[in-house]
Design a protein around this ligand. Structure first.
Ligand code: AMP
Length: 218
């Protein structure tokens, strides 16, 4: 089972994808997290992608698609959530092509919808764990100030959550990523979910919608 999580920056894709992957026992592949980890350790990948991420633009497809293909080749799991990938039509087609070669396909695309004003609000108040990337916000604060509940790592504000970069990332989302909504809708794979509620209730809505479509047991 292959599920894509789609939505604007700040829609809660990462939070929901991690939670649902954990609850349902799926592998979770988040390109943004992989890039941030590479920057953190300072490897070649990190050096290549940093300049794109700080500007709020997409990392070139050859790097991103290459990374995903490497992951897919070594992944034993065939129950996967893709979070933040694909981010444009070229990536979506590359993913479809790679899965097709193994007689597989994307099963569902969970599109998390949140109003634009709320996205900006959320991103400006978001803190994430430097170690495991878990996000925190006003409605989901850490138990101990500045410390991750999951791993005890220190929290920081992403440099690309600064207002000017947020505006750029939203622009990039609407021009490059939003066309994927129609791409997957036409394939009958789009599952639209209101992402404006609390984390648990959005997660429950996603799980029951996947259950209704018989992608998971309820
Ligand atoms: P995210 O953590 O998903 O918000 O991603 C943070 C940044 O990583 C984006 O603004 C892009 O610069 C880069 N990025 C993440 N996923 C992709 C992707 N699929 N294609 C290109 N760039 C990406």
């Amino acid at each position: 089972m292959y599920i894509v999580f789609l939505g604007a920056p700040g829609a809660g894709k990462g939070t929901q994808a991690a939670k649902i992957a954990n609850e349902l026992g799926l592998a979770h592949i988040a390109t943004g997290d992989l890039f941030r980890q590479a920057i953190e350790v300072g490897n070649d990948l990190g050096k290549k992608v940093k300049k794109y991420m700080v500007k709020g633009v997409l990392v070139p497809d050859e790097i991103t698609v290459g990374l995903i293909m490497e992951r897919l080749a070594v992944l034993a799991q065939t129950r996967v959530i893709f979070d933040g990938f694909p981010r444009n039509l070229e990536q979506a087609k590359a993913l479809d092509g790679a899965l097709k070669k193994q007689n597989k396909a994307i099963d569902q695309v969970v599109y998390i919808k949140v109003a634009e004003d709320e996205l900006v609000q959320r991103l400006s108040k978001r803190w994430i764990c430097r170690n495991c990337q878990t996000p925190y916000g006003p409605h989901t604060p850490p138990r101990v100030s500045n410390q991750c509940d999951r791993c005890g790592g220190r929290l920081y504000q992403r440099p690309d959550d600064q207002p000017e970069t947020v505006r750029k990332r939203l622009k990039v989302y609407f021009s490059e990523t939003a066309p994927l909504i129609e791409y997957y809708r036409q394939q009958g794979k789009l599952l639209e979910v209101d992402g404006s509620g609390r984390v648990d209730s959005v997660a429950n809505n996603i799980i029951s919608a996947l259950g209704e479509r018989q992608f998971i047991a309820q």
